[in-house]
Design a protein around this ligand. Structure first.
Ligand code: SAM
Length: 292
């Protein structure tokens, strides 16, 4: 009986039984490929010690796999119409709690306290693509205790999370993800693994949280302000990007001195800097310009 929703025939049956209408605004593309489902759960390394947070369980397809593998699954779903369906499809498992809410409003740290005594949790999801960045950044910035985040995202977003300077996909998301976690591409997933088919390619990415960030930065909030200011004006030089940003309170001279202190050319663009160099810039300002 277990895992029955991985089979497309059974998924279609549930959708018809409940006359479920897919809502585009919620990014609803349900997985119908058992290999992909197995690969996600295995890449996350879920064991019977783990609490897993699933974001957007849909009709409960991956939830069934997670319930088999984990000690406890907490699944947060926004769509009213899916709640009675989940009650039905997950009735065989007593280690699943469904929370009917918007993930962006949920106190996830509180859930880790309540269901995992504050120990690191695993986050596993086929994410609603329209809110990928706020979900991932929220998990990192709110200091949720996390072991890894293993998620299906738009292919292009998976690319952005992994690349360094020199790639057109490099940006604020790459730097934020790489400050907090080690990214690993688990698999590329074509549209025919979903119902309905998304009109973009997808990929599963695993982000393993670092116990300590890979760079030393005294004021990480300042570093992220510098990063955002640099990439907001991609075509401008780093000097101009930082000068023009209302969030960067340093003078033209201070900015020029900071750039020179890293041994970088005056006209360097922000997109050329590594995470280590952004950390160096932030540390320079903290040490020489009284922080922000
Ligand atoms: N996990 C299911 C699967 O793989 O078949 C469904 C994945 S579907 C891509 C995304 C799910 O996230 C949908 O069930 C959608 O209703 C839900 N969702 C969308 N926005 C949400 C939000 N803000 N909070 C919680 N769930 C949300």
């Amino acid at each position: 009986m277990e895992h029955r929703l991985g089979n497309p025939k059974n998924t279609i049956e549930v959708i018809q039984k409940y006359e479920f209408a897919f809502q585009k605004k919620f990014g609803q593309n349900f997985l119908i490929d058992t290999h992909v489902l197995e690969k996600i759960v295995s890449a996350a390394g879920v064991t019977k010690d783990d609490m897993v947070l699933e974001i957007g369980p849909g009709i409960g397809t991956m939830t069934q796999y997670l319930a088999e593998a984990a000690r406890q699954v907490v699944a947060v779903e926004i769509d009213d119409n899916l709640i009675p369906i989940l009650k039905d499809t997950l009735k065989e498992w007593d280690n699943v709690t469904v929370i009917h809410d918007d993930i962006l409003k949920v106190d996830i740290r509180g859930l880790a306290e309540q269901y995992n005594e504050g120990r690191p949790i695993k986050v596993v999801a086929n994410l609603p693509y329209y809110i990928t960045t706020p979900i991932i950044m929220g998990l990192f910035e709110q200091n949720v205790p996390i072991d890894n985040i293993t998620v299906m995202v738009q292919k292009e977003v998976a690319d952005r999370m992994q690349v360094g300077p020199g790639s057109k996909d490099y940006g604020a998301l790459s730097l934020a993800v790489q400050y907090y976690a080690q990214p690993y591409l688990v698999a590329n997933v074509p549209p025919n693994c979903f119902i309905p088919r998304p009109n973009v390619g997808s990929a599963v990415i695993r982000l393993t949280r670092y116990p300590q960030p890979p760079v030393q930065v005294q004021d990480s909030a300042l570093m992220f302000k510098l990063i955002r200011a640099s990439f907001n004006q991609r075509r401008k030089t780093l000097q101009n990007g930082l000068n023009n940003s209302p969030d960067v309170p340093f003078s033209k001279e201070q900015i020029a001195a900071a750039i020179a202190s890293l041994g970088l050319p005056e006209a360097v663009r922000g997109e050329k800097l590594t995470l280590e160099q952004f950390a160096g810039l932030a540390n320079y300002f903290t040490e020489h310009c009284g922080g922000n």
